[in-house]
Design a protein. Structure first.
Lengths: 164, 185
């Protein structure tokens, strides 16, 4: 029986086990999706960027090197975002419910950077060595939008969203 | 119009800048994204962040679906899983909201009526069965591919896992003396 056949059955919602029906009702009662989560999903569309280069998450120390990342949030988390010809490295430290970002643009260059996070947009400047820092960033989804000094007329670079 | 054509149209509309396409995708798949994060044992706050991260990533990726717009549900489920696992990797050690407690919602308060008892049994299952059943309680029902993507299983594993876990669930109901069908006297 092919997966497509199963697919069709699923699409018609054919699950006539009455116990599953009861469990669905229970899930709806005891673990429903909060309205704020649904609303945040809708609002996510407004963050869509059209004309920017996307720098994807190439390395995350909590995923790619878990043994060396101290659990309990003691040590910094290291993220690397990569776009053609550009890396943005970010060290994330916890300050209670907030986060501090200490970053580096590679190759080193000045950049105007916006940190998009739950608390809004925090503008920071990378110095001529590409170094930048941002404090008081809300935990949760975050991304960086960078206007690079080396290519002043070029497209901005936005990193992938990641939850910190 | 069948379901997969509807989903394709929603993705195309959203990619073209129409927020109604986006809202349609949210309505259809937000429960799946939420269920996936919760099935991985994230607390409600963590699940909210993981879910929003998945949707934010989708907003950036709408243009990149070619002929596979109808697979957006699987993409969202896989992304919610990836973000959930990232959260688990970054989280502090066991504490309030530890996976076993967080995975299936609040403990129902008050008199243990039937649905509350059933929900408690879900919480007590193995992690594998808790996850499978949590995903399968999503409304609208996810496809086998979406469940597989949400839990990192092969598609062919989903139906047997469902059967095994429901069997285990029924066994536990019998152990504590709950009738397997509501309304049995």
């Amino acid at each position: 029986m092919s997966d497509d056949f199963n697919e069709e059955l699923d699409t018609r919602g054919r699950d006539d086990d009455p116990l599953m029906e009861e469990l669905r009702r229970a899930a709806g009662r005891f673990d429903p999706q909060p309205p704020a989560v649904l609303e945040a999903a809708r609002a996510s569309y407004s963050w869509r960027t059209i004309d920017a280069e996307l720098a994807e998450l190439a390395f995350d120390s909590v995923v790619d090197r878990p043994a060396t990342t101290l659990r309990g949030g003691e040590g910094p988390r290291l993220l690397t975002f990569a776009a053609p010809g550009l890396d943005v490295e970010v060290e994330v430290s916890r300050e209670g419910p907030r986060r501090r970002l200490v970053g580096q643009v590679v190759p080193p260059q000045t950049a105007q950077i916006e940190v998009h996070h739950g608390g809004g947009v925090e503008p920071v400047q990378a110095d001529e060595l590409g170094r930048f820092r941002a404090e008081g960033i809300s935990a949760g989804p975050v991304r960086l939008r960078c206007r690079l000094g080396a290519t002043p007329g070029g497209r901005p670079v936005v990193t992938q969203w990641v939850s910190i | 119009m069948d379901a997969s054509t509807q989903v394709r149209d929603l993705v195309r509309a959203a990619a073209a800048g129409d927020p109604r396409g986006w809202d349609g995708l949210v309505e259809r798949f937000a429960p799946l994204v939420w269920s996936t994060a919760r099935a991985h044992g994230l607390s409600p706050g963590e699940a909210a962040d993981a879910a929003q991260t998945a949707w934010l990533q989708l907003a950036e990726r709408l243009d990149r679906f070619q002929d596979d717009q109808d697979r957006v549900g699987e993409w969202l489920a896989a992304t919610a899983r990836r973000e959930s696992r990232r959260t688990l990797g970054a989280a502090r050690g066991p504490g309030p909201g530890a996976p076993a407690a967080a995975g299936a919602g609040a403990a129902p308060a008050g008199e243990p009526e039937r649905e509350a008892l059933l929900w408690r049994i879900v919480r007590d299952l193995s992690e594998h069965c808790r996850r499978i059943l949590r995903l399968l309680t999503t409304v609208p029902p996810p496809s086998h591919r979406e469940v597989a993507a949400a839990l990192g299983l092969r598609v062919a594993q989903v139906q047997p896992a469902r059967a095994t876990c429901l069997q285990e669930f029924r066994r536990r109901m019998a152990d504590i003396g709950i009738k397997t069908t509501a309304g049995d006297s």
